[in-house]
Design a protein around this ligand. Sequence first.
Ligand code: ZN
Length: 457
Amino acid sequence: MMARVSQEIIERVRDASDILDVVSKYVDLKKRGQNYFGLCPFHNEKTPSFSVAPAKEIFHCFGCGTGGSTIDFIMEYEKIGFVEAVQRLGEQYGIEVQLTQAKGGKELFSNLYKLHEMAMTLYHKNLFSEKGKSVLSYLSDRGLEKEILEQFKIGLAHETWNELLTLAKKKKMSNETLEKTGLFLKTEKGTFDRFRNRIMFPIFNTAGRVIAFGGRALDPEDPAKYLNSPETPLYRKRDIFYGLHSARQPIREHGYAIFVEGYMDFLQLFQAGIQNVIALSGTALTERHALQIRKFTHRVVLAYDGDSAGIDASVRAGYLLLRFGIEPGIVQIPDGMDPDDWVRKSGADELKEAVDKAVPVLLFHIQTKDAKSLPSVQRSEFIKDVVSQISGVSDGIIRDDLLKSLAQEMRVEESDLLKNMNSQKQRNLKEPIPASSRESNEIPLTSKVQKAQVILV
Ligand SMILES: [Zn+2]
């Protein structure tokens, strides 16, 4: 039997890779309208008839007729097989491609997509039904118009235990499919709909297919205000931005992306014409997110909530982006509001202005912690903390610039900061971090365990 790649891996590679990013490594492309053109690498020509359509994730040559997906391009260009092409792309995008001898779950995947599609249609129809009237008017009070609700297929899960389940069974979906979609709960008493009495936000992958949901509780007493789909073969939280399928073209055009925390923030901004926006779907920013966004832009403006949790999260996200060579600016949202509130209260122009004046992460960090007037012990702690953040930045020029502004702002000698950074690095070398704990969203191992692991290795 031939070596194969599981369907799950293929989907992940497809989703992570970006046609423009991949092809432009081989072909010099120029933008014309929505698409990009260049000289075809597959036939001899003097005028460009080779095109790439980023919105559709395909390439096509009007001269020789060659065309297809990102994987097809690599196969054709490198003259290699499907599995090898998936492996190459996997390497490029940090996805481990393991080969299996088992047969792939192509059917399972198409059923998982189908079931999500079905759920989205059901929830969306519910919102515009008689029973959805009060929720619809709530959303309209929050400033969301019908067009935006339709564009992003916002929906409503009724307060029933089996509305979706009944539909799925009628469509003869297998138990395996039901279990793996994450749309149901399995208990001793049976299987039930996971999402009940919630406003439903479908989460799309970059190709625009629905792969998960976020649900906002309608009952103010509900302990979980937001509930998201669990991790499934289709959905990996740490890889997915909410809204990226609609925002990636605007992001390319503006040359930067705006990050917000919530679905409502996203919808409000998008509706107000600020469309280079994406939301973290119920998770903190991860390294995988940074890799993902770097395919589209090297500049990010963080417009997180204006409360203290939002401020701390944006500082953390800012330093993480810096480590990946992405330049972050931070918007200070006034009076503990979130971007959604702010746009509704003051219109989009104030927010746009604030985005233009976004503050570099280091300055924002110093300002919000009022670091310049801290007593000396805390001041020293603050500086060491920032130095350790800066030492993780791999780009030497960015790192030097950061050290320079830290020295200037805090009125310390740059050479002292450099010394501190080097001694921190020395210490880190003595206590290597196991590869498994490097993911930013995993809990770091205690140093005792780390040491034990190092000894074992
Ligand atoms: Zn051609």
